[in-house]
Design a protein around this ligand. Sequence first.
Ligand SMILES: Nc1ncnc2c1ncn2[C@@H]1O[C@H](COP(=O)(O)OP(=O)(O)OP(=O)(O)O)[C@@H](O)[C@H]1O
Length: 272
Amino acid sequence: MLNIKSLSYHYKPKRNILWNINSDLQPGNIYGLLGLNGEGKTTFLKLIVGMLLPKDGTIEYNGHLSIERCPEYLNDVYFLPDYSKLPDLGIEQFGKLYGAFYSKYDHQQFLDCIKEFSIPTENKLKALSLGQHRKVHLSFALACNSAVLLMDEPTNGLDIPSKAIFRKLLSKYINENRIFLIATHQIRDIDALLDHLLIMKNGSLVLDKNIYQLSNQFKISKSPSDAENALYVQDDLAGPFYLVKNNSGEEAKLDIEFLFNAFTNNPKPIEL
Ligand SMILES: Nc1ncnc2c1ncn2[C@@H]1O[C@H](COP(=O)(O)OP(=O)(O)OP(=O)(O)O)[C@@H](O)[C@H]1O
């Protein structure tokens, strides 16, 4: 379990970016991390991987704290940033050289991912387009087999078919020992795969909940009879949509973009 306790961070004193964040991320789950621009998602991921150190609170995985920056922790947590700038090497050479830093790196898995993305492995990295570069980086990130894989806008630069391949690879390589945490604005690229939703607002988590629980708790309705009890109303071209309590006892189909709007736009906090 990745355990985050009372985590706070600021770049400049008196301007908190993250404030008293608490969360326990469980293996076997794909987490979606959502928030408006500048809410602190990248900062949060950098804190988890240990590139930034908490001003307050702790981040712990498997008995090790992020601030220790010990080999065991760094081997278990891989961070894919929102841009990919890989060294000027051949693809195979890159995998072998950098994979050596990760004890669970699987070179064949790296090559399999590259093949899925239809990139010839004999290529040099500098000869690749932006999107192809990203695919190599994604393949490497997955093949490191770190217990915690943090991805910042992983689908940046991917074309539409490649996004489907990325989804296929995520579902292939998630397992009961791994946590995938994905910060994205492109929620439609991954929404079907998410097990758990984290939504950030004003430096805090306003939602930290399993999707299954959410779909038992809430539903989205178009029925005017639900207007009165709506927790949130969103007007769009097809008319108003209401977020209401789900009392049906059945799982509702939720739209994550709608939920995001409900938890970030609503003047009143939505009770969970
Ligand atoms: N190195 C830095 N020095 C000072 N302030 C920073 C630094 N990096 C980020 N910030 C500020 O911290 C806040 C959070 O930034 P961060 O990049 O974590 O947000 P984000 O949620 O990832 O944003 P986006 O969705 O736009 O990528 C922003 O107000 C940003 O201006």
